[in-house]
Write a protein that binds this ligand. Structure first.
Ligand code: ADP
Ligand code: MG
Length: 457
């Protein structure tokens, strides 16, 4: 059997049950002890009332409606007979005639020297040096009026108190111990049964590896309180599994993308006949760019790589346009900026990469002598060129990794791009909680980054 740590559910439930039981018995025990010892009157009164009911129920009347016998449980009958100095009853008519009693020649009970008074419902009486507590009840029945008198001696009451409290003590203790044992056993087995599906699930989870990542944890027989946890875990596994598949596919594509230019370069070199230096260098540049973009993509896919801070967007746009100004001049393109002051929480370096990618594409596709419009306001940022634009069916593709359109642009980037630039933009936008979209602006393409999400989105 496995050891039970302190925060085990079984241990906690057992402890709680034991505590609840102990507290209940302690409180009930203490309360009854206080009543019996400190408020004997209360106990006596309760005794009188219950005995009066029992005796009244046991009275047998003859045809003339006179009480002739008492039929109560044998224990009480013999107590009245044996303890006739300490436990008494009388059935009395309004004139003070005793009609029924356990002791022979009985007289109605009344304080010393006084006659029977039905209005005197509680009083004490000394009889042969023995203090008696007396209670008088009218019998609640149709027909002639009778009174029932009950008496208890003080010494009898005290003996009972002692007896009662010690038996109550023992009984209470035994009952508590027995309850504790039974409760513990039931709690223990219930918990074991309830947690069995959890053990099965843990075992299944322990065997999940990238190789069998489609395994899911079963919720069958699971306590309903745990089902949300298992479901959430399964959903997390599903997301991880999808992410893993995407990474694998990406890795395969990346390897393939690098293999082709490498094979071409190797072929050129192997042929031996004076490899074209310029082509080779261009190929190497292309590959370097691809590796750099790959690293950038890996970096911006991890949320912990972002350092958010209040960023002056106007400054970032200015930096990016300055960086690309030479490229734009070479392509005979001008960049028009319409900037409204905007300070937003963002990672400045990531934002610069996003903007540079959009501007690079725009410069690449902008026709000679055309302009690029850059608009910034509190809602978002847009980059628009007047080039070939993006066809309706390509709009869904542009942000996919390694996707490249058939148009290669104005060739300023050697063998074209890596197809990763816009995927990087998408990652960066998502990391900031922004959306990025592309629109056919006819002529040209417009890339839009929205900082503020529409309500409810
Ligand atoms: N401004 C644009 N005008 C027309 N097509 C564009 C524009 N920007 C991107 N594209 C298309 O999207 C493809 C992917 O772009 P991108 O992800 O930046 O990759 P690349 O590294 O090739 O630039 C490009 O190959 C091009 O076909
Ligand atoms: Mg690009």
């Amino acid at each position: 059997m496995n050891r039970m740590p302190r925060n085990s559910l079984t241990v906690r439930l057992l402890a709680a049950t034991a505590l609840a039981l102990l507290m209940t018995t302690t409180v009930v025990g203490a309360l009854s002890y206080v009543v019996v010892t400190h408020y004997p009157g209360v106990w006596l009164e309760a005794d009188f009332v219950s005995t009066a009911e029992e005796v009244a129920d046991g009275l047998i009347f003859d045809a003339a409606d006179r009480p002739i016998a008492l039929k109560i449980h044998p224990g009480l009958t013999s107590a009245y007979e044996a303890l006739h100095n300490d436990m008494l009853y009388r059935v009395v008519d309004p004139d003070g005639n005793v009609l029924l009693a356990a002791d022979a020649n009985a007289k109605p009970l009344a304080p010393h020297g006084e006659a029977f008074d039905p209005a005197l419902t509680r009083f004490d009486l000394m009889r042969d040096g023995n203090l008696l507590h007396v209670a008088t009840f009218p019998l609640d029945r149709p027909g002639p009026i009778y009174f029932l008198q009950l008496a208890r001696s003080e010494r009898f009451q005290q003996a009972m108190t002692g007896l009662e409290s010690s038996t109550a003590h023992e009984a209470g203790l035994t009952a508590t111990l027995a309850a504790l044992l039974i409760f513990s056993a039931i709690v223990f087995y219930t918990i074991r049964r309830v947690l069995k599906p959890l053990h099965t699930a843990s075992e299944a989870a322990a065997h999940i590896t990238p190789g069998n990542r489609h395994t899911r944890l079963s919720t069958e027989g699971m306590p309903s309180e745990l089902v949300p946890l298992i479901t959430a875990l399964n959903q997390a596994l599903e997301r991880l599994s999808v992410g893993y598949a995407v990474q694998q596919e990406f890795l395969a594509t990346a390897a393939h993308e690098l293999k082709t230019p490498l094979a071409l370069m190797r072929g050129t070199v192997e042929l031996g006949n004076s490899p074209d230096r310029t082509t080779l260098l261009a190929d190497i540049d292309g590959m370097s760019r691809q590796v750099q973009q790959l690293l950038q993509l890996a970096e911006c896919s991890e949320s912990q790589n972002y350092t958010m801070g209040q960023t002056d967007m106007v400054g970032v746009v200015a930096d990016a346009t300055a960086k690309l100004s030479r490229l734009a001049t070479n392509a005979h393109v001008v960049m028009h900026t319409t900037l409204a002051p905007c300070v937003i929480s963002a990672d400045r370096a990531a934002l610069f990469i996003l903007l540079r990618n959009l501007l690079e594409n725009a410069v690449r596709f902008a026709p000679r002598g055309s302009a690029i419009d850059i608009v910034l306001n509190a809602q978002g940022l847009s980059v628009r060129d007047y080039g070939v634009g993006i066809s309706a069916q390509d709009i869904a593709m542009v942000f996919k990794r390694y996707w490249r359109g058939s148009e290669s642009g104005n060739g300023e980037f050697g063998t074209g791009g890596s197809g990763l630039g816009l995927a990087i933009c998408l990652q960066i936008a998502q990391a900031h909680g922004w959306t990025i979209s592309v629109h056919d602006a006819e002529p040209g393409a417009r890339f839009q980054v929205d900082f503020l999400q529409p309500r409810g989105a």
